[in-house]
Design a protein around this ligand. Sequence first.
Ligand SMILES: *[C@@H]1O[C@H](CO)[C@@H](O)[C@H](O)[C@H]1NC(C)=O
Ligand SMILES: *[C@@H]1O[C@H](CO)[C@@H](O)[C@H](O)[C@H]1NC(C)=O
Ligand SMILES: *[C@@H]1O[C@H](CO)[C@@H](O)[C@H](O)[C@H]1NC(C)=O
Ligand SMILES: [Fe+2]
Length: 477
Amino acid sequence: MLFKILLLSFLVLSCTSHGNAGVTSTFVRSEWPSVDIPLDNEVFDVPKGYNAPQQVHITQGDYDGKAVIVSWVTVDEPGSNKVRYGLSEEKLDLTAEGTVHNYTFYNYKSGYIHQCLIEGLQYGTKYYYEIGDGDSSRSFWFQTPLPIDPDAPQKFGIIGDLGQTYNSLSTLEHCKQTGTETILFVGDLSYADRYQYHDVGVRWDSWGRFVEPSTAYQPWIWSAGNHEIEYFPYMGEVIPFRNFLQRYPTPYLASKSSSPLWYSVRRASAHIIVLSSYSPFVKYTPQWEWLNEEFKKVDREKTPWLIVLMHAPIYNSNDAHFMEGESMRVVFESWFCRYKVDIIFAGHVHAYERSYRISNIKYNVSNGPSYPVPDKSAPVYVTVGDGGNQEGLAQRFRDPQPDYSAFREASYGHSTLEIKNRTHAIYHWNRNDDGKRIPTDSFVLLNQYWGLNRRRRKLRKNHLHSALSDLPLSVVL
Ligand SMILES: *[C@@H]1O[C@H](CO)[C@@H](O)[C@H](O)[C@H]1NC(C)=O
Ligand SMILES: *[C@@H]1O[C@H](CO)[C@@H](O)[C@H](O)[C@H]1NC(C)=O
Ligand SMILES: *[C@@H]1O[C@H](CO)[C@@H](O)[C@H](O)[C@H]1NC(C)=O
Ligand SMILES: [Fe+2]
């Protein structure tokens, strides 16, 4: 079975290098209505007990994976800011003290938002943690990543444009089945901005409870989308990203960023860079200066896998949001190629699409137009804005399918990226077919640094000769 998958993937990869025409999947799924789940549904249930913590979520708290930020909300009173944690459920012998704050948004008053940094964790370890007071306290657990190491395996889930509909719920459930360890979230969280006045805050709260079965147990690496901007002059709310920034902290200071909206983290064998499509990024802006420095810090000998997250895709052949990523492409694409980014995940377009390795970096205003061409140094671009929000699917792809587009389908779903070692990762896109999860698009991703033939041969010769000899997967080498 595995062999079959890999053989298939090999064929897909062969197509990549020969630049064959891509696939537009003809599959049309029967859709559940794109409406938000009513607030009285059990998926939004408030946990029982006076002042019980709700909307629990965790994210990485430092650069290298030895810290976690735990966030939660209490509604009756501020209550304790402490997280009690430890190596077994019975022995939560460590504590960390966090902070609490609240805010208003138009006439909505938030609950008490707690954020607590837990530092000095051991790598590759399961921790149990408890928050809240007395009878209303609640317990969860998380697993820390392996130490920074080029061959450390890990499994990412990639979700975008999630919202809070029945389709969103299906995405969350399927993602749970794929057994991910960390979620890379490519922006557009709650779609609360589709509501007005007081209800905006209410739907941020309901979303926090909706995703808690995942966010309380595995870190979500957040990036912001356009639905986080929430520029609402009619309500007097004009400061961008307010609800998002109040609720979803990121470890931006650890990567010397000046904004929670762009930052990077290293996890095991991956260096993950988060960009903000809706913050200034042209030359000399803080985001540009930061990324310029951050790319220089990437050490492929330690973290071979270089992954970039953003919201607006750079290559997208859907009518929806066509070319909205063009301004960022012009500014950053040459860096993506120079630093040999492995894969770039984006959302925004409510469909799935994967590109070949292509670039369009020749163009400048004096040499006239140019077109994307096959480029071995370029990343693979994946759009997974198909989490299932209330805006529905983006069903009109441009015709004919451009040469850069390898596979596209207008269905809901999520992706997984399973890093095996420094050379190989296995990628899947999983379609939500109503109740079922159908792995649809998959391939073996060879690392852009270690996957090169020359380096791989050297590696095999020097260190891994014996380890390799009895593995059946050499078909993709
Ligand atoms: C925050 O909570 C305090 C204490 O309950 C309350 O007095 C204050 O009005 C709240 N502030 C905001 C901005 O909602
Ligand atoms: C524009 O492109 C041409 C042709 O590739 C190149 O010779 C020239 O140096 C470029 N100009 C700038 C300012 O990059
Ligand atoms: C890396 O993993 C792939 C897929 O599991 C395997 O075929 C390959 O031999 C491994 N390479 C090394 C260097 O261990
Ligand atoms: Fe979007």
